[in-house]
Design a protein around this ligand. Structure first.
Ligand SMILES: [Zn+2]
Length: 466
């Protein structure tokens, strides 16, 4: 069969390879049919394996260093100001739909992260993603389509669920199902009513579900809620529903369109948190003028910068920043001593044992080893505690390093590098299960498939061929 250059991508944020390909496979007839018909395999996420910047990396082909986006929030200078959120305006490289627009082709983009605000709308339609503060801001292009999107979505399109780190699990689960169902209703509508050469949607429900419910569903989770808990099958049931929604949507996409299902990263049970700044305080690397009376986030700490060597930001991984003379306003590390300090911190973070004296298998990386270039204000180290089985807690004040509760609210899953890739059209000479697939290669491979020029300096390579 010859294929058109049209492309449809269904993104499932956080869909985990081991669930889709193994554990739940028998529950997912539509996804299984797509796997059997085409090619599939784990899609290795980027550094860091976090929604922002992962989707921007996938859709542009540039790595986080080339984009200068090292996480949801980033430094805006070498000062000590709090990090600020990376919106679409920080993505300075063209993404798939920009290339399609430049070639006079149309796109439908639905909920792709880092598309708010809609500064450079594609030729076609864009519905902004979960960093949209609320619908009083422009969230649809063209704006007059907003009413139609809401109407198709049972009167209220949900950009995201409210506060997914909550103890109100009944509300959260209902909202996730509603959001997903409505997004697929809008997807079906836009597929049918818009002309498109590229269709790219991202569903956030999977991510919210994993973070909110993993410990109810996984007996291997350290805080597993027991066989008879009311949410024991919440993950399985959601994936089943998602499978049906995908099956229904896919019917609408002609067979000659290249159709992919992808995720930006996977997920795993969260063992607990490591209070990285608390640890840096104990080591004497982060010096406070006053130790706080209660757990306090980094930007509210009274830091004595003139004596501080290093500090960190929390999240699913830690970013460690060194206080370097001539770079930070009150830097203390001599530039000639910089690499020695970096090596020392790598050694000491890797040597930090778990609460029972166990080796955590922590992965610590220099950004310069991960990325082609490091634009913007990179951290000095990326630290994945226990390869992200442990999250990183930024607050200081608890008095100990190991914490069970997350400082940002209940969250029982962390990310993993094991996303999914399913192509309804088999990869050339690679039908069935494929290993070694990389997130960074997806966007540029799609560009090549569409016959559009691939920028020469992308970290991703057009290795996928159909
Ligand atoms: Zn994600």
């Amino acid at each position: 069969m010859s294929f058109s250059p049209r492309i449809a991508v269904i993104g499932l944020d956080c869909a985990e390879a081991s669930l889709v390909f193994d554990e739940l496979r028998g529950e997912l007839p539509h996804l299984t049919r797509l796997m059997e018909q085409g090619s599939y395999g784990p899609l290795r996420s980027c550094h860091p394996p976090i929604t922002v910047p992962a989707w921007a990396c996938m859709t542009s082909g540039y790595d986080a260093g080339q984009l200068g986006i090292y996480g949801f929030r980033n430094r805006r200078g070498w000062d000590y100001e709090p990090l600020s959120v990376s919106f679409s305006s920080q993505v300075a490289k063209p993404r798939l739909w920009d290339h399609f627009s430049a070639a006079g082709r149309s796109s439908v983009c639905l909920g792709v992260p880092q598309t708010f605000p809609i500064l450079n709308p594609p030729r076609g339609v864009m519905v902004a993603s979960f960093l949209t503060p609320d619908k009083s801001m422009p969230w649809v292009h063209p704006p007059e389509l907003a009413t139609e999107v809401d109407r198709v979505a049972e009167g209220d399109y949900l950009i995201d669920v409210r506060n997914f780190r909550t103890n109100d699990k009944a509300r959260l689960l209902a909202d996730i199902h509603t959001m997903t169902r409505r997004r697929f209703q809008v997807a079906k509508h836009l597929l049918a009513t818009q002309s498109w050469d590229l269709f790219f949607m991202v569903e956030m429900g999977v991510d919210r579900l994993h973070h909110g419910f993993w410990h109810y569903c996984d007996p291997s989770h350290p805080r597993f809620a027991g066989e008879h808990n009311p949410y024991r099958w919440a993950i399985r049931d959601y994936y089943r529903e998602l499978d049906a929604l995908v099956g229904d949507l896919v019917q609408q996409i002609p067979q000659d369109v290249l159709l992919l299902l992808v995720s930006d990263h996977g997920a795993q049970p969260m063992q607990g948190g490591i209070a990285v700044n608390e640890w840096l305080v104990q080591k004497g690397y982060l010096v406070l003028k006053e130790y706080p009376a209660e757990p306090t986030p980094p930007h509210r700490l009274r830091v004595d910068w003139s004596k501080t060597v290093a500090w960190s930001e929390g999240g699913y991984y830690a970013r460690i920043f060194l206080n370097v003379k001539g770079r930070e306003p009150q830097g203390v590390i001599e530039p000639a001593e910089y690499e020695r300090w970096r090596d020392r911190l790598i050694e000491e973070t890797q040597a930090l044992l778990g609460p029972h004296g166990e080796d955590l298998g922590t992965l610590v990386c220099r950004p310069q080893d991960l990325f082609h270039t490091c634009t913007g204000y990179p951290p000095d180290l990326f630290c994945y505690w226990g390869r992200m089985r442990w999250r990183s807690v930024g607050t200081v004040g608890a008095g100990h390093i190991y914490v069970e509760d997350n400082d940002l609210g209940p969250d029982e899953a962390n990310h993993d590098w094991s996303g999914i890739f399913i192509s309804r059209t088999p990869l050339a000479n690679q039908p069935g299960k494929v290993d070694g697939l990389e997130l960074l290669d997806v966007g540029v491979s799609l560009l090549q498939h569409a016959g559009l020029p691939v920028p020469a300096d992308c970290a991703g390579q057009p290795r996928l061929m159909w």
